[in-house]
Design a protein around this ligand. Structure first.
Ligand SMILES: NC(=[NH2+])NCCC[C@H](N)C(=O)O
Length: 411
């Protein structure tokens, strides 16, 4: 049986990708909610959708099948039937802070009265207090959260489908994410894998599920080839989660090397893929800001240890040499974001100049606003497909963040 998931590199010809079209969730918040929701501004929805459609069309024009998370989630609930839908809703309410109680009951009735697609969309958009017919009769619900507008927060980061799950080989990780603002997102991925006819009972291997306290996000998970991964030790992915997934990958898969790369822990560089992406067999984008004195950075090459379940660690700081060894290459082209100019690099990195999506070896999709980095990529021989980016970039993510590859051809 061919697996519905197949990703053995960052660059193999992309065949199928998962996106989420931005919906009302990206406008359903106020400026004071932005830091908590991990946004830096409030996007203008019609333009964000136009830009996102342009991105999707660019992918389709290149022969890529585009799937939408919101649609798959509703189809999974349709296929699962009443019990699955009820369990999903219960779990979503529990993770939204309402395991039981009168608000739980009111929300369950409100959401439960909708068809699956409307319910999925509504949960994604967030539920405001003024839309639910509920008069509090107990002090807790009446007094405690009175001046907060929402029962259930919107999930504006959903269009960054890269992060809640990551396809690796014939399987995936379904991620326990770092911040509350994003933790419920991977429930949609879970339901799709468990119940969507395209994925359910098709031998998809879950390398790591969402039932963990330690954190990992797909923006840190890079599949370099069929046996080497790079994973960022970042604001969003902890070292213990990397050890855990490495053990699972070594035990049940064709992977034998995980390169852990430690990057600064801050909002602008929240994931490895905001500062480092693979774009060809021997070419990578790198934000110069992550390389310290002499171009060095902490990396640990993790391989299976002597005994089953043990890991062997090698600490090195020369990223280029580490990659050359792991990928068995004579040379490597690390292309600096913004050409290495500190102002341009900082500015273009902020708008995801390093966050390129390779759709084939040497062919990348990038935001048009990063014109210095784009020109440089072309000078290094890459084919660059630019997409429009004024509103989408306000969420701090670029083409790689906005896409979750499901199937790629082998390289
Ligand atoms: N893979 C990525 N770099 N994703 C970007 C995610 C941006 C999102 N606002 C967050 O902070 O989570």
């Amino acid at each position: 049986m061919t697996s519905p998931i197949h990703v053995t590199s960052e660059i193999g010809k992309l065949k199928t990708v998962l996106l989420k079209r931005p919906g009302r969730e990206i406008e359903n918040f106020t400026p004071d909610m932005m830091p908590r929701l991990l946004f830096d501004d409030i996007p203008y929805l019609p333009i964000a959708q136009k830009e996102h459609d342009y991105f999707a069309d660019t992918l389709r024009d290149n022969g890529i099948e585009v799937l939408y998370l919101e649609k798959l989630a509703a189809e999974a609930l349709d296929a699962g039937g009443d019990k699955v839908r009820d369990d999903f809703l219960e779990q979503m309410l529990t993770e939204s802070g309402y395991a039981t109680g009168t608000i739980h009951d009111a929300l369950k009735e409100y959401l439960g009265s909708m068809n699956n697609q409307d319910m999925v969309n509504k949960i994604m958009e967030g539920v405001r207090k003024n839309e639910v017919d509920f008069v509090p009769t107990d002090l807790v619900s009446a007094a405690e959260t009175e001046d907060y507008e929402f029962y259930m927060d919107p999930m504006p980061n959903l269009y960054f489908t890269r992060d809640p799950s990551a396809c690796i080989g014939e399987g995936l990780s379904i991620n326990h994410m770092t911040f509350a603002a994003r933790q419920r997102e991977s429930l949609f991925n879970q339901i799709v894998i468990d119940y969507h006819p395209r994925f359910a009972n098709k031998g998809v291997h879950v390398w790591r599920n969402r039932d963990h306290d330690t954190r990992i996000e797909g923006g840190d998970e890079l599949v370099l080839n069929d046996h080497v991964m790079a994973i960022g030790v970042s604001q969003r992915t902890s070292a213990d989660a990397i050890q855990d997934i490495a053990k699972n990958l070594f035990k049940d898969g064709h992977f034998d090397t995980v390169i852990a790369i430690k990057i600064p822990h801050n909002h602008a560089m929240m994931h490895l893929d905001t500062v480092f992406t693979m774009i060809n067999y021997d070419q990578f984008t790198v934000h110069p800001g992550i390389l310290g004195e002499g171009g060095h950075i902490d990396t640990w090459t993790i391989t299976p240890g002597k005994n089953e379940g043990e890991l062997h660690l090698e600490h090195r700081t020369d990223l280029k040499a580490v990659l050359k060894d792991a990928l068995k290459l004579d040379d490597l082209d690390l292309i600096p974001t913004g050409g290495g100019d500190p102002i341009i690099a900082g500015r273009e990195q902020w708008n995801d100049g390093s966050n390129t999506l390779a759709i084939a070896p040497g062919v990348v999709v990038t935001y048009n606003r990063n014109y210095v980095s784009n020109d440089l990529l072309r000078k290094h021989g890459l084919k660059v497909l630019e997409v429009i980016s004024s509103e989408l970039s306000r969420g701090r993510g670029g083409p790689r963040c906005m896409s979750c590859p499901i199937v790629r051809e082998d390289i």
